[in-house]
Every structure is written in C-alpha cells, then in structure tokens.
Design a protein around this ligand. Structure first.
Ligand SMILES: *[C@@H]1O[C@H](CO)[C@@H](O)[C@H](O)[C@H]1NC(C)=O
Ligand SMILES: *[C@@H]1O[C@H](CO)[C@@H](O)[C@H](O)[C@H]1NC(C)=O
Ligand SMILES: *[C@@H]1O[C@H](CO)[C@@H](O)[C@H](O)[C@H]1NC(C)=O
Ligand SMILES: *[C@@H]1O[C@H](CO)[C@@H](O)[C@H](O)[C@H]1NC(C)=O
Ligand SMILES: *[C@@H]1O[C@H](CO)[C@@H](O)[C@H](O)[C@H]1NC(C)=O
Ligand SMILES: *[C@@H]1O[C@H](CO)[C@@H](O)[C@H](O)[C@H]1NC(C)=O
Ligand SMILES: *[C@@H]1O[C@H](CO)[C@@H](O)[C@H](O)[C@H]1NC(C)=O
Ligand SMILES: *[C@@H]1O[C@H](CO)[C@@H](O)[C@H](O)[C@H]1NC(C)=O
Length: 886
C-alpha cells in the first residue's frame, strides 16, 4: 500500500511547534479545493452548482435538471450532455503563508478528460487523459482576495471524432455495433473505454473532475509518493525491500533518509541528495536475516500479514519527510515451462513458491459515474467475491485503474488482481502525443499500484492480440502490417518497457488472451492467441449445449468465459414501468447490448428447461428472468467444474488448467449481462453457485461414454483421504432410492483425483426402480473420519424438462429471528430443483440459494445489509422452484 503523503510535515510542526517555521523552511501546506463549484454549458443556458469530485451528469441530476440517467431510455435522452462543452469554476482565497512558499502546485487527482485549466484568466495547462494525475505550478498567478479557477471541458465525443479526422489512417473499430447504442472513436481518447458503451453497459461519456483538486505549497521539496516492493533472493533466502521516494524538489536538498520496519528489526540510514525537479530516489532495505518474515497469502491459502514501513528524512537535524505505509511480503512467478506429455507450455502462478489455482471472475467499472463508486460499494462487492470462495479478480482493460481503496481491500482480503492496462477490443493510434500521454499514465499507475501485493500480474491490453491475429474489423493484409507495427510500438516498446523498468517484482504479459512466451516467439502476435496449449484463453459459445463439458477447450488458464442472464425484478423495477415488464418489450430489447442476447438465453435455457409460459404477463416475465439465471448458473458451474477437475491431468496433450476467471463479477447498470452480481449488489443464482463450485474441496461429477465419474478437487495445502458418497433420488420422492460409497483415495494437496467411476446403466440397475428419466444423483465427499468435506453436488441424468415424476413442489417458508440473525425454514412437499428465495429490494444475502431441495425441511440464513424485521422479510419473501414456471 502506498499513500500520498500530504500531512508529513504536520509531525514536525506538531513536535517543534513554532520553532520549526523559524529555523526550517521545509514545510508543506495543502488546501483542498473540493466542494461546491459552479458548472455551465457552452452557451450558458445552464448554470448550476456542482460537487467536486463529481461529474456533469451527477451535478445535473443532483440539481434536478435530469432524472436518473439509468431510468428506462434516458441513456439516449441524455446523449446531448456529452456532446456539449462544460466549464467548472470555483473562487477561492489563499492564505499569505501559502503564497510565500517557493513552489505552489495546483493538483488534480483525476480529470475526465479533455480540458483546459485557467487561473485568474491565464491558461495553466491542458489535460487529455483521465488516468493521469496532473499538477501545474501556479505560485505566481495567485493573488490577494479572490482567485478564479476555471476548468473548461470539451465534449469527449467531439474530441474523439476530431482526433479521428486528424488521423492519416483509419484505426478500427470506427464505431461500436448499433445494438450498443454508443458513441464512436473511443480508442482516440484516454478515457474509460466502456464509457462510450459496451456489450453490457450504456453510453455515458462522462465529463468532470472525478477526483480531488488541491493546492499544495512547499519549500525545498515535496514527497509525492512512496512505493515499495519486496524482492526475495531464493539462493540466500533473503528479503530486500526496494523503496522509492518520488520527490518534487525546488532545489538540491541533502540529508539522511531512514527506512525501517521496526517489527522486523530492520533499519537503515542513507545519506542522500534530492536533485531539483521530479525525481525517483531508490533505496534498498535489507531485511534482518534473524527475523522471521510472515508472508501475504491469497485467500484460502493463509493470512495476509503486513508490516509497518516508516520513512523519515532529516535535513540539518530536522525531520523533513515522514511517511508510513504497509508492506506485505510475497513472491509471484508466472510459470511457462514445458509440460510432460504435452506440446506447449504451462501457464500458472506460483505465489511464495506454491502453485495456486486462480478462482474468480472479471471486474468492470462499478458505475458509469465513477464519483458514485464509494468505498462501501467496493467493499461490498469484494466481500461478495471472497464469500464466494474467489481468490482472484481481473481488472479488465476497458474500464478504469481502480481507486487505491480497491487495492487496499484486495490486499487485506487476499484477492489476487490481474491488472490490465486500459486498452480493449480495438486498434490504437500511435501518434507522438498519444504515446507520450500513455507513457505518463503507465509510469504513474505503476508507481501508484506496485506496492500492492494483491496485484500479481500486469497485462498490456484486453483482446487486442486476438483482434489483430484473427482480423476483427476486416483489416486488409497491408493494413495488418501497419497495425502490427503500431501494436508492438504501443504495448511492447513503450508499455512493456516502462513496466519492466519500474517494477521487477511481478510478471508482465502483453495481452489477454495470449500465448505468452509463444506469442513473443511469434513476434508478439501469435497465429492463434486462443491456443489452449499456451497462455490464457477467452472462450464463449452461446449455441453449443453448455451442459456438455466436451464443448469447452481444455486450456491452461481461462481468463474469460460466461453466459448472460437477466437481473431480478426488484433490480429492474426502479428503472422501468409496467409496460416494460415483458420479455419482448422495447425496454427489454433496449437494455440488451449484445446482439441476439435475449434470444440466446432462451435458446440455451430451452435445451434443458421448459420455458415459462404463464398467461399472467408479469409472472411470465419474472419467471423468464428466473430461468435465465438458472441457465447461467448451471452453465458456468459446468464449465468451471471442468476447469477445476482438469488441474492435474493432461489429456490429448491438453490440460493442467490452473485458472478459471469467469466473465463477469459485477454490473454497471440494471441490464442483462454475464455478471453474477446485479447492479446494487444483489447476488444472482450464479454467485450462490460460485460459492460451491469455488469451494476449497469440491466433488465434480460428469459423464464420459455413459460412465459416471466423480473427481475430488482440493486446493488445500494438506493431503486428504476421500471417498465419494452418491445418493440416488427419484424425482417423485424425497426419500432416497439408494446410495453408493467408493473406497478411500489419496487426494494430495492441490490436485484433482478421480474417486468414483461406474457405468450409469449398472449404477441405475443396481439401485432398482430407476431410469435416467426418473432419477437424479447427489454426491459429496467424506474423509477417513466420515466427515463431509466440501459441498454436496448434484448430477442430472436427463434434462429436467424430460424428467418423469417431477411434481409441482409446494414449498412453505417461515422467517425467524434469533441472536444469530434471520433464518428461513423451508418445508417442501417434493423434490424441488433450483429453489430460489427472494426478498425483493431488502438488501442482503442468503447463506445459500438456488439449491436442489431433496429434503422435507431446510433452513437458510439471511444476512441483511440494513436493518429489517421478520415482518418485512416475511412479506417480501417469495420462493420459486423450477416447476413454478411450468
Ligand atoms: C444551449 O445549449 C443547450 C444544450 O445543448 C440547447 O438545448 C439549447 O438549445 C442551446 N440554446 C441556445 C440558445 O442555443
Ligand atoms: C465545444 O468545443 C469545441 C472545441 O473548442 C468546438 O469545436 C465546439 O463547437 C464546441 N461545442 C459547442 C456545443 O459549443
Ligand atoms: C542472491 O544471493 C546470492 C548469494 O548470497 C548472491 O550471490 C546473489 O548475487 C544474490 N542475488 C541478487 C539478485 O541479489
Ligand atoms: C537484527 O535483529 C537483531 C535482533 O533480533 C539485532 O540485534 C540486530 O542488530 C539486527 N541487525 C540489523 C542489521 O539490524
Ligand atoms: C466484415 O466483413 C464481413 C464480410 O464481408 C461482413 O459481413 C462484416 O459485417 C464486416 N465486419 C465489419 C466489422 O466491418
Ligand atoms: C404455452 O401454453 C399454451 C397454452 O396455454 C400452449 O398452447 C403453448 O404451446 C405453450 N407454449 C410453449 C412454448 O410451451
Ligand atoms: C402447501 O402446503 C401447506 C402446508 O404444508 C398447505 O397448508 C397448503 O394447503 C399446501 N398448498 C397446496 C396448493 O397444496
Ligand atoms: C419439518 O417441517 C415440518 C413443517 O414445518 C414439521 O412439522 C416437521 O417436524 C419438520 N421435520 C423435521 C424432521 O424437522
């Protein structure tokens, strides 16, 4: 963790009171300019107060000029906002102490995006990149009394299109597909790429000061940033800490810097000289060999221990720098080496020397308006990830480099982050000013983020190697040469080079998906970046039967895969009206940004389920929302279980899969998407399924050649002895028909081992009165002490739509409250698949949901995210199971 250290001088001021200001000129003052500014559009027809940090859309909504931008079709109605130019203005006074400082900087932590900044009528600078921090020297422009600061934003849409016009050649794609209802040429502007629309999100090209603004004044020097990365030397088992002080100095300053981690009995003092201007000053702290260093581990593999790092700088005996930050120790290696019995190379992560299977999903921006992404929103989503037994998230390259607090929480929770640079699904320009602004962006982001142990890899872009290799955008052979050159210029010669200079502590890959080392061999763009023998793979298929694991590539690592579903009715209701509530309404088609998405969901669902067909239109709609979630949960479960059980095997040269990150964790608005968590934080059925299919110990059942196999998958660090217990139920009866148990098998740490194998026909015959159509299986794992390990799983022997004997379940529910919280006790009249509890808009989550009920009674907990009552929960609660939609 690093923090910008604005307060460092306070310590010395507090300690030495007035004395210091007399004898030491080295003090810093910082004045926030956040708060209420004035905002106007280009012709002055709109003039309103606007909060900073914030954005134009948020200000217009807060002042009642527009309604909720997410309501119904407002993304189209409010398109004009991003086509206009807007000016933010504030007036402030500065204390005389500030103006006598040697340097006064006007600092913007985030400007979205293209703006011109003027102070008291004089232009002080321009901005063109929302991923950069900007500072401008303004000392001589400040005056007594009122100072007027103006930030004039140009429409990002107009800017992108002007840049496109100025380009000597087309840089595709020109525009997003029509179904996305977005704006064009987003690749020409260094801004959140999905803000011009995506296949899961609306077009809201924001404008504004979305992070803080302040004046910072100092004499001699200012500490802008401290970063630290631990490096481990395995040949002498020795840790070092590389500490960098990013300093802005007015003049040469000499003195001592003391760096220490008291808890590790490690302290060193360095004589140093800070040169004028912005400099990076590196120090290496040797960690005391007699101290036992406690490591940071990914969630599920150990604790996330941290130490306090103290940095103090002295000049002439006075404390002039004082910073404290957290340090976590861990190593990361991306292992790409030959695999026995297989062509190609492995692709897996070793953390602290231990191979770790990455389980998780992909992160997109949590809101179109970044100013509304609060720490509470981030914490809730990240907690939901960990609660679903995820240990990794990929911060996808079409969004934003997340806020510091995002990575702080990931550090704290043990979530490994695959960090993309913000380039996605496009070719990019390489004009000199574009490259220059990207270079500054990369340097700043690496400095800001590299102290976080959670970040385990940098990745240059999303899918641009694939786009080039497989000729998306219909580029010609001649154009391909040019774009290949541009690709290498941007990602290899600039971004990769900078990252390798700035951070030796973690791997860098150029793209995702990529063949990694093999792509490099092939000149950075492989013939087939999706080759399952190398690197990572993104795989989507909506037409193939997702219950058939044979349709999935047995990849080394799958960093994207998934299926869409609709969010629940309570999430859609606040942004829609009655006429929208049918699957073929204008609204339903408007919110779907993926071509044929709504039809694809039904086609996939219809392979195994009867589609809802109620005569009540509202019921038919909510039943359809439900069935899309059932389909999605079951599809992603099947695919993820396939990857997890493939971790120890090589079959036909493929396998040793070591990562499964499905697309996508969260949503940006209330719409159909691949997410497992709805906008607002509500868990879809998929997220409850993830809690099981990502559990540390998991039984996976599947069929091959009419034979049922059960694998025991274990991510634990200790060996287990496990057996499978299979229970056969008839669809028509809550009492099991029979049950089978396998012999105990050794399941070594970090492995997947077959523990049960039997032909289905023999199994059913042995059980009596059972056929594929009348029966289904549940199974779990037991250890040598007879204790269940991992969740209970199920396997359907036929599609539920063909099931014989499945009755309409009558499920009654009773809500109760005791000292441990709320619980719901269910009673069912018969076997009920996909039992779904919903308490509407009462925020919170159940202990489990979407489950197969094969018992008469079952109790489920509910943790509420705000105060509620038995009465409120009882009146909000609905219970749906599969037969309710028939
Ligand atoms: C001023 O701009 C607004 C917003 O773009 C527009 O609706 C309005 O018609 C303009 N007014 C004049 C007088 O041009
Ligand atoms: C916005 O500013 C650009 C660049 O100065 C200008 O070309 C454009 O006409 C302006 N738009 C409006 C609506 O004033
Ligand atoms: C690691 O330790 C060995 C043995 O002390 C030493 O020879 C080597 O230079 C060290 N490597 C680095 C990168 O410091
Ligand atoms: C290492 O720690 C021990 C106490 O644990 C201390 O006596 C020693 O001075 C330390 N060495 C260094 C180089 O700081
Ligand atoms: C590419 O070409 C194919 C066939 O000519 C066409 O169907 C498709 O729409 C084109 N795609 C784009 C993005 O231009
Ligand atoms: C829906 O129900 C009607 C009768 O209520 C029936 O005629 C029709 O075939 C059903 N459609 C589907 C797709 O099941
Ligand atoms: C459902 O079960 C409850 C309690 O067991 C019973 O009171 C009710 O009549 C049943 N409803 C139906 C439709 O069978
Ligand atoms: C199951 O629930 C029913 C109805 O709530 C109750 O009568 C019965 O005692 C419960 N059975 C068990 C085994 O808990």
């Amino acid at each position: 963790m690093t923090q910008r250290v604005n307060v460092f001088i306070c310590v010395s001021l507090c300690l030495f009171a007035g004395v210091l200001s007399l004898f030491s000129p080295v003090t810093e003052l910082s004045v926030s300019l956040n708060g209420k500014w004035r905002l106007s559009n280009s012709n002055g027809s709109l003039l309103l107060p606007a909060q900073v940090p914030g954005c134009v859309h948020s200000a217009l909504q807060q002042q009642g000029f527009i309604l909720d931008p997410y309501f119904r079709f407002n993304d189209l109605s409010y398109r004009w906002i991003s086509l206009d130019n807007w000016t933010y203005t504030t007036t402030f006074t500065v204390a005389p102490q500030m103006r006598v400082k040697q340097k006064v900087l006007l600092v913007f932590d985030g400007v979205d995006t293209v703006a011109s900044v003027s102070l008291n009528g004089i232009t002080v600078g321009k901005t063109d990149n929302m991923f950069r921090r900007y500072d401008f020297p303004v000392r001589d422009l400040l005056k007594d009394g009122d100072n007027v600061l103006e930030v004039s934003f140009m429409s990002p849409v107009v800017y992108a299109s002007e840049r496109r016009k100025a380009s000597s050649y087309t840089v595709p794609p020109e525009c997003p597909p029509d179904v996305q209802k977005g704006e064009c040429h987003v690749n020409f502007i260094r801004k959140e790429q999905s803000s011009f629309s995506w296949d899961w999100g609306p077009s809201f090209p924001t404008l504004g000061l979305f992070k803080g603004v302040q004046l910072e004044a100092f004499d001699i020097l200012q500490l802008v940033q401290v970063s630290s990365v631990p490096l481990y030397n395995s040949s002498d088992s020795h840790w070092k800490l590389q500490v960098e002080l990013h300093v802005d100095a007015v003049q040469t300053a000499s003195g001592q810097v003391t760096i220490s981690i008291p808890e590790l009995d490690s302290e060193q003092t360095f004589q140093t000289q800070f040169l004028p201007g912005k400099t990076k000053n590196s120090f290496t702290l040797n960690i005391n060999t007699s101290s036992q260093v406690k490591l940071w581990w990914p969630s599920g593999h150990g604790d996330q221990h941290f130490y306090r790092l103290a940095v103090k700088g002295f000049q002439d005996g006075f404390l002039v720098l004082n910073a404290e930050s957290k340090v976590y120790f861990r190593t990361v290696e991306l292992v790409q080496e030959p695999v026995a019995g297989s062509p190609g190379l492995s692709f897996y992560f070793r953390i602290n020397g231990k191979p770790i299977f990455l389980k998780g999903s992909n992160w997109i921006p949590a809101h179109s308006f970044q100013d509304r992404v609060t720490p509470a929103v981030l914490r809730n989503l990240l907690q939901s990830a960990v609660d679903a037994n995820m240990n990794a998230l990929r911060v996808w390259g079409g969004g934003v480099y997340e806020q510091d607090v995002f990575y702080d929480i990931c550090d704290e929770m043990g979530i490994m982050v695959w960090q993309d640079f913000m380039f996605a699904c496009a070719m990019y320009p390489t004009e000199d000013d574009f490259i220059q602004t990207v270079r500054e962006e990369v340097v700043q982001q690496v400095h800001r983020l590299k102290s976080h142990p959670s970040i385990i890899i940098w990745s240059g872009n999303n899918e641009n190697e694939a786009a080039l290799a497989t000729a998306w955008f219909n580029i010609t052979v001649a154009e391909r040469q040019r774009f290949l050159k541009d690709y290498v210029t941007l990602y290899v010669d600039n971004i990769r080079k900078i990252v390798q200079e700035e951070d030796q502590s973690r791997p860098f890959i150029v793209s995702s998906p990529t063949n990694g080392a093999e792509s490099e061999q092939e000149g950075w763009v492989a013939a087939n970046p999706s080759d399952p023998r190398y690197g990572d793979v993104h795989f989507y298929s909506y037409t193939l039967d997702c219950w058939d694991w044979r349709t999935f590539p047995r990849a080394r690592f799958t960093s994207e895969y998934g299926f869409q579903s609709w969010p629940s009715f309570s999430t859609l209701q606040p942004v829609s009206i009655k006429e929208d509530w049918s699957y073929d309404s204008k609204f339903t088609s408007h919110r779907q940004h993926h071509d044929s998405g709504n039809q694809q969901m039904l086609l996939q669902a219809a392979l195994h389920f009867k589609l809802p067909n109620s005569t009540d239109p509202l019921k038919r709609f909510t039943d359809t929302l439900y069935i899309t979630q059932v389909m999605q949960a079951q599809c992603v479960k099947t695919q993820t279980e396939f990857y997890r059980r493939s971790r120890s095997e090589i079959i036909g040269g493929l396998g040793q899969t070591m990562g499964a990150l499905y697309w996508q964790l969260n949503d940006i608005w209330q719409a159909p998407s691949w997410s497992s968590i709805e906008f607002g934080g509500k868990w879809k059925m998929l997220h409850y399924f993830a809690q099981s299919f990502f559990s540390a110990v998991l039984p996976v059942g599947f069929e091959e050649d009419e034979t049922l196999l059960i694998y025991a998958v274990s991510d634990l660090s200790n060996d287990l002895k496990l057996r499978a217990v299979v229970t056969v139920y008839s669809w028509s009866d809550l009492d099991p028909v029979c049950s089978l148990t396998s012999d105990l098998q050794l399941v070594p740490e970090g492995s997947a081992v077959p523990v049960f194998k039997q032909r289905v026909a023999a199994l059913l015959a042995g059980c009596g009165r059972c056929s594929r159509l009348t029966c289904l299986l549940t199974f779990h794992l037991e250890d040598d002490g007879g204790r269940q390990q991992g969740p209970t799983n199920h396997h359907f022997l036929s599609s539920p739509k063909d099931a014989e004997g499945l009755q309409t379940a009558n499920i009654t529910a009773k809500v109760q409250q005791d000292e441990s919280g709320f619980s719901i006790t269910l009673h069912s009249s018969s076997v009920a698949p996909f039992v779904w509890l919903d308490v509407g808009n009462v925020p919170g989550r159940f202990s489990s949901n979407g489950f197969l009920m094969v018992s008469r009674n079952r109790t489920v907990g509910f943790s509420a995210w705000r105060p509620t009552s038995v009465a409120e929960l009882s009146s909000s609660l609905t219970v749906t199971s599969l037969t309710d939609v028939y």
